[in-house]
Design a protein around this ligand. Structure first.
Ligand SMILES: [Zn+2]
Length: 185
């Protein structure tokens, strides 16, 4: 299992990935940052596309750098991800991994079977304040638990090897492979 530390540009300290930081955690193998933070700041977005996300954040090579597509940021504001902007950003930012934007993110969420979505629907995920937070937190946790259940189920049944290929988003998978091919280190 891999622990991925979510980082925010506002809370970039204590730089736990940095050997020179007093808070350095050598066990940490991956960090994730959200595209939403760059989407809000066009000048910074350009800069990171030029420089690459890794260099901009000063993340060492041995720590994997993931980019989250910020789906919740966009959904909670009633919009969808601007796919072209996001894909353009990825090409310059070059994260080690990122989810591909789902054109049908809302349709996908409408079918969600978590308790929050079953009662309150997508509107519940978009709510402001505590209620929206509870719904999103429940949805995220349920999704992770469901994912863990499916992995476990397929491992026990001995079908994991075939299952995970069909389960992964093929485009995201292919992108990650391509990324490796072009940036092997
Ligand atoms: Zn849900």
């Amino acid at each position: 299992m891999q622990i991925v530390a979510g980082i925010s540009l506002k809370g970039i300290k204590p730089r736990v990935w940095d050997k020179n930081s007093p808070y350095y955690l050598p066990q940490l193998r991956a960090v994730m940052v959200s595209y939403a933070e760059f989407h809000q700041r066009p000048v910074l977005r350009r800069k990171v596309m030029k420089q690459g996300l890794r260099e901009y954040l000063g993340i060492p090579e041995e720590v994997k750098l993931y980019l989250d597509n910020g789906a919740f940021y966009f959904i909670s504001r009633g919009g969808e991800i601007t796919t072209n902007d996001y894909e353009e950003f990825i090409q310059g930012a070059k994260p080690d991994w990122c989810p591909i934007p789902r054109q049908d993110e809302l349709k996908h969420l409408e079918k969600c079977q978590c308790p929050a979505c079953k009662i309150y629907g997508v509107a519940g995920l978009q709510e402001n304040g505590s209620v929206g937070f509870w719904n999103r937190a429940t949805h995220n946790l349920w999704t992770l638990l469901e994912e863990a259940r499916l992995i476990e189920e397929n491992l026990v049944a001995g079908t994991y090897k075939d299952w995970y290929v069909t389960h992964l988003d093929i485009k995201a998978f292919a992108f990650s492979l391509l990324n490796k091919l072009f940036n092997p280190f």
